[in-house]
Design a protein around this ligand. Structure first.
Ligand SMILES: *[C@@H]1O[C@H](CO)[C@@H](O)[C@H](O)[C@H]1NC(C)=O
Ligand SMILES: *[C@@H]1O[C@H](CO)[C@@H](O)[C@H](O)[C@H]1NC(C)=O
Ligand SMILES: *[C@@H]1O[C@H](CO)[C@@H](O)[C@H](O)[C@H]1NC(C)=O
Ligand SMILES: *[C@@H]1O[C@H](CO)[C@@H](O)[C@H](O)[C@H]1NC(C)=O
Ligand SMILES: *[C@@H]1O[C@H](CO)[C@@H](O)[C@H](O)[C@H]1NC(C)=O
Ligand SMILES: *[C@@H]1O[C@H](CO)[C@@H](O)[C@H](O)[C@H]1NC(C)=O
Ligand SMILES: *[C@@H]1O[C@H](CO)[C@@H](O)[C@H](O)[C@H]1NC(C)=O
Length: 831
């Protein structure tokens, strides 16, 4: 990277807005803003102001919490609702925030509220499952005040909906005994005549949190589901209690997922049920569940990879049943299960994996730090022999695995105890588990402790440049020790937005920061859109429920740059903050601008320069440390979300997530990075990472053009360099110049608990990944070089000829690790 003068226009913009449009009542803010403006003028070079400036007058981080006046008050209900859907056809009338009581719901435990709730969700021309497709222009929060909401039929979820209950007095959604029809008290993706309404792998950007889902009035003999949730990335369930019938013959289930490409869930409690939950999906990360008195706590019907962290299963017959399909046709690819407990349960894990089961590596299982208490059999190969793979009793298993191991050579077929991963102390809680922290909902804070970006003149209308107003709001919130509420909207920014240590920022149904303009368009002078801290700055931040995006050509945009040095005892946290590059209304990077061109030989000369839309998506810089990421999806669009047919598009974004922190200490819980040109995840010169499940996809256009086009090589960022294609002995040409899914260079102690690295396409054709075609979309997808202490549990690849390259040598051939559509390795470790 070179440096240059870039902030002059910014200063002008800030001064202009500060003078003309923004009025403050609070003298402190005026002086802070004045000092900020004067200091901005001293810093005209990337990477910007010296760290010392921002370490000055920091508000007390321990300001007393102003509790709600009534225990049921919740700021999100009380705050002024000013969110707008910027690219909706009618932004002035479209309602983002909906309180179900305003739509006639009573919540009195008597009245049938089904129609009122469904009306609160559907009103305003929102996208229904009957229509299918997808859209970003009708975002909504559907809020439930405390109460008991009786329903007689399913609540039908629409696209881009956040269904949120009051976390202080959690609302109950209770089905009448006569509840009928539908799949789920809440049906996240209603079936229509042609199957699921929304394609499950395209259901993004939605949440449900803070509810009691009560099915107990319904007889146990009736099959009923709490939440039907076939979804994809950037979706979450949080803080939900499922109450089910717990008789021996009960037919209830808490959650049902049969397809999709998830996803994340946390803090769920299940009482009773034939199945606490039934799960089938490509991959998911699930954390902090507790099950009581189910017949089977988790019924795993199929997957490629799955990460269960902090599961607590009590008094069930079977903890995890992953034997679906039986030994000749196992449908569960792999499961990683850590920091968990199973007690008073007959069978801990029931699998169908065995020495001769098919596919050979299906049913891969890794347990690490799992405490068994009074368990009949800990792990059973249920078919056909009911073989006790791990006997029961009361004990803690440090680590145990079945499947293929490469440590680092293989494959070795293993079933038994293994050494657990060495865990750096900085990544752990007091109890020895990896550190966990759920998305803050600030439920104990009074609405007076929030300020809204709208109060600082930010419009969020997707048309006005909001750089200055957004920056002032962030600075003012920090100065006052308040939480910044970013009302729904698209906030256009023409220069870097800086988030100082101490900031707490929360969006509304994924408020968007949308970069535009020349500052972000220099491929030789990349600039962060959002810069969290300056190099050397200490302290931490919290940030949730937002999206960072670009508009039009943005060849130098680094969407999120994290520089803060946060202590491992109070790390920064980012939850449900995603990136979205292209493919949505307002991006100017849609079907019309960026169509696919599979029939054109794409070269440097004819490549569509207008669709070069981001330099890098997330940069954890050298001096940064201490960041907890949870449910973060860094997506370069492969299709136009607004197009009813979801047609594919071609967008170029250079680099996905680069972690080059020398001190390390990062948690990546349920993260995914997709469709960047050079790599999805790259760990370079770093250490001490906990990650799981990670998921990647290679760009669909590659190798037309091949990597690194259109990006010049940048040595200082440890960019990869790509060799020519390989031609096999039978004449098949396999690309080598396709993006890496995962690249680990000169790094130590990178512990990955579940990885799905997928390459489905070659020049927009899926022939290369069709099962039996030799996995020839790309030759290699995962590189480890000059590193030690790298451990990957349940590595699943698609379309990739060699699954691991270590120091220039191919160590795992796909054909040795067949697992149906994917190829799986249960345990990989560097030597
Ligand atoms: C787990 O979930 C429960 C119930 O929501 C919550 O009280 C607890 O704080 C969570 N624990 C962690 C480690 O997230
Ligand atoms: C265990 O679960 C059964 C229902 O499956 C229930 O009847 C029993 O009370 C539970 N035992 C305890 C100790 O909770
Ligand atoms: C486990 O799941 C399989 C397939 O879904 C089912 O056939 C079997 O009965 C289940 N086993 C138990 C003990 O629940
Ligand atoms: C498997 O064998 C154990 C021990 O013999 C027995 O207790 C259990 O009921 C059997 N389970 C099944 C599913 O057959
Ligand atoms: C891409 O595939 C199409 C067929 O789908 C083919 O016509 C074209 O030549 C391919 N382009 C390159 C550069 O391989
Ligand atoms: C694409 O064009 C390049 C440069 O002219 C040429 O080397 C290459 O062979 C072409 N590829 C195809 C598939 O036509
Ligand atoms: C994909 O395979 C089908 C069937 O074998 C073939 O007809 C088609 O031409 C192939 N497409 C490409 C782009 O190779």
């Amino acid at each position: 990277m070179r440096t240059a003068t870039v902030l002059v226009p910014v200063l002008a913009a800030i001064s202009n807005v500060a003078a003309q449009h923004v009025h403050f009542d609070i003298p402190e803010i005026e002086s802070f803003v004045a000092s900020q403006l004067s200091r901005f003028s001293q810093w005209t070079h990337y990477p910007g102001p010296s760290p010392t400036f921002w370490s000055h007058p920091s508000p007390s981080p321990t300001k007393p919490v102003v509790s709600p006046t009534s225990t049921c008050d919740y700021w999100l209900a009380d705050i002024k609702h000013q969110g707008i859907a910027a690219f909706n056809p009618n932004p002035s009338t479209y309602q983002v925030f909906r309180n179900v009581k305003d739509f006639g719901a009573k919540g009195d435990g008597v009245t049938d509220d089904t129609a009122a709730i469904n009306n609160a969700i559907s009103s305003g021309g929102r996208l229904s499952p009957a229509q299918g497709g997808s859209t970003t222009v009708t975002p909504a929060i559907v809020y439930f005040p405390p109460g008991v909401y009786m329903i007689s039929a399913s609540i039908i979820d629409y696209y881009y909906t956040q269904i949120i209950g009051n976390p202080n007095c959690m609302p109950t959604i209770r089905a009448f005994a006569t509840f009928s029809g539908g799949l789920g008290l809440i049906d996240g993706d209603q079936y229509g005549a042609n199957g699921l309404g929304f394609g499950a792998t395209n259901v993004f950007w939605r949440q449900i949190r803070n509810f009691i889902i009560d099915m107990t009035l319904i007889p146990g003999s009736s099959s009923v589901t709490g939440i039907h949730w076939p979804t994809a990335q950037a979706t979450s369930l949080q803080n939900i209690i499922f109450q089910m019938n717990d008789q021996a013959d009960t037919q209830h289930q808490g959650i049902f997922i049969e397809s999709g490409s998830g996803g994340f869930m946390t803090d769920l409690t299940f009482y009773g049920g034939l199945y606490g939950a039934t799960f089938g999906n490509q991959q998911f990360t699930m954390r902090n569940f507790t099950f009581y008195n189910a017949v089977t706590a988790i019924n795993q019907i199929w997957d490629w990879g799955w990460t269960y962290q902090n599961m607590n299963i009590n008094n069930c017959t079977v903890g995890l049943n992953m034997s679906s399909g039986g030994p000749t046709a196992q449908s569960v690819g792999s499961v990683t299960f850590l920091d968990s407990s199973i007690s008073n349960t007959k069978i801990g894990v029931l699998s169908a994996h065995g020495p001769n089961s098919q596919p050979p590596t299906a049913g891969s299982l890794v347990l690490e730090n799992v405490q068994f208490t009074n368990v009949g059999q800990a792990v059973v190969d249920g078919f056909p022999s009911n073989f006790t793979a791990l006997p029961g009793g009361t004990f803690t298993v440090a680590a145990w695995a079945q499947g293929h191991a490469y440590t680092p050579t293989g494959p070795n077929n293993i079933q038994g105890t293994i050494n657990p991963n060495p865990r750096p102390g900085s990544l752990l809680q007091g109890d020895g588990k990896y550190y966990e922290r759920s998305k803050p909902q600030y439920e104990s804070h009074n609405v007076k402790q929030f300020i809204s970006v709208r109060s600082f003149g930010a419009t969020g209308n997707g048309r006005t440049d909001d750089t200055a107003a957004l920056q002032l709001a962030i600075s003012a919130a920090k100065l006052q020790g308040k939480i910044l509420f970013v009302d729904q909207g698209d906030y256009l920014v023409g220069s870097t937005i800086y988030i100082p240590a101490g900031s707490k920022i929360v969006g509304e149904s994924y408020s968007v920061i949308l970069s535009h303009g020349p500052i972000f368009n220099d491929i030789n002078l990349p600039q962060p859109v959002v810069r969290i801290g300056f190099p050397g700055e200490e302290g931490s931040i919290e940030w949730s429920d937002m999206i960072v995006s670009t508009q039009g050509q943005q060849r130098g945009a680094v969407l999120i740059e994290y520089n803060l040095n946060s202590p491992s005892s109070s790390p920064s946290g980012i939850w449900d903050v995603h990136s979205r590059v292209g493919g949505f209304a307002g991006s100017n990077l849609q079907l019309a601008q960026c169509p696919t061109t599979p029939d054109v030989n794409v070269t440097a000369a004819n490549l569509n320069q207008n669709c070069i839309a981001a330099f890098m998506t997330m940069h954890l810089t050298k001096s940064s440390s201490g960041l907890y990421l949870e449910n973060v999806w860094l997506w370069v669009a492969d299709h136009d979300v607004e197009d009813p047919q979801l047609r594919q598009i071609t967008i170029y974004a250079g680099r996905g997530l680069l972690d080059e922190s020398s001190a390390g200490t990062f948690w990546m819980v349920g993260t995914a990075v997709e469709h960047h040109t050079l790599y999805q995840y790259q760990f370079a010169n770093t250490k001490n990472v906990f990650a799981g499940q990670i998921q990647t996809e290679t760009p669909y256009y590659q190798p037309n053009p091949s990597a690194p086009l259109p990006w010049p090589y940048v040595r200082s960022l440890s960019d990869p360099q790509f060799p020519a294609p390989t031609t096999t002995s039978n004449g098949v040409v396999i690309p080598n110049a396709d993006a890496w899914g995962l690249r680990i260079v000169n790094s130590q102690t990178i512990n990955i608990y579940g990885a799905g690295l997928y390459s489905f396409f070659d020049n927009y054709s899926t022939n290369c990944s069709n099962q039996g075609n030799g996995e020839v979309c790309q030759n290699r997808i995962f590189e480890v070089s000059r590193s030690s202490g790298v451990s990957v549990y349940n590595l699943n690849t698609v379309g990739t000829h060699y699954m691991i390259e270590e120091d220039g040598t191919d160590v795992a051939y796909y054909g040795d690790n067949l697992d149906g559509f994917v190829d799986s390795i249960a345990v990989y470790r560097t030597g």
